[in-house]
Design a protein around this ligand. Structure first.
Ligand code: NAP
Ligand code: MG
Length: 488
């Protein structure tokens, strides 16, 4: 977390001048329609809902609420476009995807600001992490469009048809890119539903897709609530469902798809262990713990929400971690000095606060930074629990907020046992000076992604996905192509 310049106040505390990102270049309409068949169209029932900024609680725009009729219309448009898109020369398809990537790069500042306004994440993260990764995903998959037979030698890769894609609110535009880019590269068409609290950047992406002259119907964006997602899942003319979200909804989708011919990938929750060995570079590890759990307010499926620290260095690590937590700035997502932005919605804040109460009821000791938070908006100070046991719910369940459960271990075997002892298996982190230990841990920890001496680093070339209740299938890299092709 790199800060902009500040100055020392009279008490010798470092004060940061407020540095709000300009919103001059942001153009937001009052009302957003559905993007179907290349046009923005009003929802059949004429209903709209508001999307708010979680930091100001103000309405940003009203957004179309799709009904089954709208979803059906979008699926029909996508089916119709399969003929054009699926049969287009792969190199031509690639050109459109490259064009999307370039326009996103040109409009990156605007997208970053809207992402922070609608979802609450700090501008430094949307600007420096999300947007570059969004463009990188489109560039990466554009490159695959005409190389699919090299990716799967001896096979005859063919598109699946219409992909229904449902995404969460924590990385709205990035999740849209993860879904749309590989689907298009493989010749599929798309009906995508963004989350109810963060629809705006997906609708802005629709503008980009239109401006890139992508043929009508290839990408359709339908906004709405959970029912809209369910209507996509249940539509009989959808060939594949790609879902990222909670394990609960993932389970419902899996049940709804059982016995159908639809292919699916489910990217679900996590409760990752970030494991610090005594031989780790402690200061770097502390930064990694902070990044692991406080990045994006902890609204991260692969967040390092469980700290496992070797007993011999536990006091040192915890002392340094608490000091560091005191320096984290919580507040205006559009301020470039902000480290932790707004909690995405009142509903999510309520969920996090219920876990804070639960942790104390379970007998854990709670430590919260004393940082000031704004009066309006939804906020949670960086928090950690010590004195927890493996069976505590704050250790087992995904809180999806800036809340860390801290445990210790003595031997490597104990660390591995504790790391694996949750229903999830999405990610993990290992901090040590010893390469052999890293390789041993990556073999033993059952998680789709394991970072060594770093955390929360993403790259389009790298597959991402979970074991156990963290999901089914992989996105990203070559594996991400497989999920959108039939390989006859
Ligand atoms: P969620 O409640 O499961 O919602 C995800 C998406 O599904 C939203 O668009 C939601 O619409 C929609 N939805 C809700 N009910 C549905 C239903 N019955 N059928 C079809 N779609 C439905 O999850 P969330 O709270 O938005 O996101 C947080 C969760 O996502 C966390 O558990 C996190 O770990 C997980 N996540 C996983 C990954 C990964 O790659 N593994 C990445 C990011 C997040 P509404 O918004 O309108 O309700
Ligand atoms: Mg919002």
């Amino acid at each position: 977390m790199v800060r902009e310049l500040g100055k020392l106040d009279f008490k010798g505390t470092w004060q940061y001048a407020a540095a709000p990102e300009s919103t001059d270049h942001v153009q937001l309409g009052d009302r957003y329609d559905l993007f179907i068949d290349g046009d923005f169209v009003a929802p059949a029932a004429g209903k709209y809902f508001d999307t708010i900024s979680p930091s100001t609680e103000k309405v940003l725009a009203s957004v179309a609420l799709s009904s089954n009729v709208d979803v059906d219309r979008a699926v029909k448009a996508a089916r119709g476009a399969c003929r054009v898109w699926g049969r287009m020369k792969p190199a031509e398809r690639g050109k459109y995807i490259y064009r999307i990537a370039r326009i996103i790069q040109e409009r990156a500042r605007e997208f970053a600001v809207i992402e922070s306004m609608d979802g609450g994440k700090p501008i430094r993260e949307s600007r420096d992490v999300d947007l570059p990764l969004v463009a990188a995903h489109f560039f990466y998959y554009a490159g695959w469009a005409d190389k699919l037979e090299y990716a799967f030698p001896g096979k005859r890769p063919a598109p699946l048809g219409v992909a229904g894609q449902i995404i969460p609110w924590n990385f709205p535009l990035l999740m849209a890119a993860w879904k749309i880019a590989p689907a298009l590269a493989c010749g599929n068409t798309v009906v995508l539903k963004p989350a109810e609290t963060t629809p705006l950047t997906a609708l802005k992406l629709a503008e980009v897709i239109r401006d890139a002259d992508v043929p009508p119907g290839v990408v359709n964006i339908v906004t709405g609530a959970g029912e809209t997602g369910a209507a996509i899942v249940e539509h009989s003319d959808v060939d594949k469902i790609a879902f990222t979200g909670s394990t609960d909804v993932g389970r419902q989708i899996q049940k709804a798809l059982a016995g159908t011919a639809k292919k699916y990938t489910l990217e679900l929750g996590g409760k990752a262990a970030n494991i610090i060995f005594e031989d780790a570079a402690i200061d770097q590890a502390v930064e990694g713990i902070v990044d692991g759990i406080f990045f994006n307010q902890g609204h991260v499926c692969c967040a390092g929400s469980r700290l496992l620290v070797q007993e011999s260095v536990a006091d040192e690590v915890l002392g340094k971690l608490k000091d560091r937590m005191e320096t984290l700035i919580v507040g205006d997502p559009l301020d470039k000095n902000t480290d932790i932005g707004a909690i995405n919605s009142p509903r999510q804040l309520e969920k996090i606060e219920s876990y804070l109460a639960l942790g104390r009821t379970e007998g854990a000791e709670m430590y919260q930074s004393s940082v000031a938070v704004p009066d309006t908006g939804y906020w949670c100070r960086p928090t950690l629990f010590t004195g927890v046991s493996q069976s505590n719910r704050v250790v087992q369940e995904e809180i999806f907020g800036p809340v860390l459960a801290v445990q210790t271990f003595r031997t490597m075997a104990e660390g591995i046992d504790k790391a694996n002892n949750t229903p999830y298996g999405l990610s993990g982190g290992v901090w040590t000076d010893k390469g052999a230990k890293i390789f041993h841990m990556t073999q033993k920890i059952r998680a789709g992604v394991i970072w060594a001496n770093t955390f929360n680093k993403f790259d389009p070339t790298s597959p991402f996905g979970g074991y156990k209740e963290s999901g089914v299938g992989r996105e990203g890299g070559l594996h991400g192509l497989d999920a959108y092709l039939s390989l006859g």
